[in-house]
Design a binder for this molecule. Sequence first.
Ligand SMILES: [Zn+2]
Length: 430
Amino acid sequence: MDQNPYDTYSCAEVHYDERGLEGDDSGQSAMPKDIYNAPYARKGAILRALGWDTGVWGKRGMETPYCIFKPVGLLPKRQYCASDALWLRIASQVHDIEMIQYLRTAWERWKGMPMKNRCKFFRREKDGESDPAAVPALVPSNFAQRSEPGSKAGTDVHSQTNWYHTDDETPIFEGLLETLESDILVALKTSEAMLRWRQNLKARPQSRYFYSLVTHPGHHAGKSSIGGYCYVNIAALIAHHILHPAAPEEYYGQSKYEKVAILDVDYHCGNGTISIFWDRPDVFVASIHADPSGDYPWNSGFADQIGEGAGEGKTLNLPLTPGAGWAEYEKALRAALAAIKDFGAEAIVVSLGLDTHRDVPVQEKATAGMGLTSEDYFEMGKLLGGANLQLAFVQEGGYQVAVAGQLVAQVFRGVEAEFNRTLSRKRRLD
Ligand SMILES: [Zn+2]
């Protein structure tokens, strides 16, 4: 009998959008230059390292037949084509509607103000900017004490900026909104692909995994806060969407998921993701990260923070000791995967940060730090592939553009190695 090609190839479906793929960030957007974060350059570098060379939909990489590229821009947007529907029906399901309204309107409101009304401490200049007419980016000048009584978001854009931002490293700037919309679309396309794949799972083995290669990371974006370079929580969107598809019930039949896990392997705690699912019973969140006593985000990620109410016990924080290497990391990863199995998850959304690598400049080496090598990322992929659950990777942080792509490729090679081992064993047994 002829082998179905799907049986012989396992592969990663890479969903992305082609915005800003050429050159570096300074030439691509009005985002003020950041010493660490270059999201557009990172996305391009990862795509190239994975063997992408054109925008052709559904094309496999030449050297990387385990990657199939699916640019969203070339697909009909169907029910998401209206920007209102995209934001309000989808993003508001994991973020508070007021924060979404702020994100959508802040730039135009601020830019539209007479210069004299734009408060001066809310400006982040673009590096090397010489044009005095150029509008700099919007950042907070003060942080609201939201946990104290007597504070509120208010209606003025400056008040709201102080309310919703948790730092001044996550600016609002010209063109941001369009990129975020593309990122949301990438997340939705990834979710739909997962649902479709699950529908046909009986005919195909569990050999396809998915990658949402978004521009901006998302795991520090909370229910009603933005920070740590994150605006919209992509991993949360995917997890929520495969549990509660926006499409009519009959469209996906029995394929929607009942229980999903998010596994955050970024160096920093996925505090935004944790906040979103804190009291929800249907999403288990495990995060392996540097101890918050020694590094960002400082107030989330402690082992005794386990969720609340219906979500109690559904949050697992695994802070590592300063300078942790693979031996300690592997133990934590195995513990996270065991807990995810116990929970009964049918899929794992992996928040894939690449900043656990030992040479990453953002780590507070004196008080925290991690020391994974490129080979360790291969081992990480093997363990994830061995979980035997549907996998969807979401791009989070990564601050060495030169090696970011190699690290993603290493994870995928690890997944491939494990899948191929399992498939060949299955064939021998058949
Ligand atoms: Zn990070």
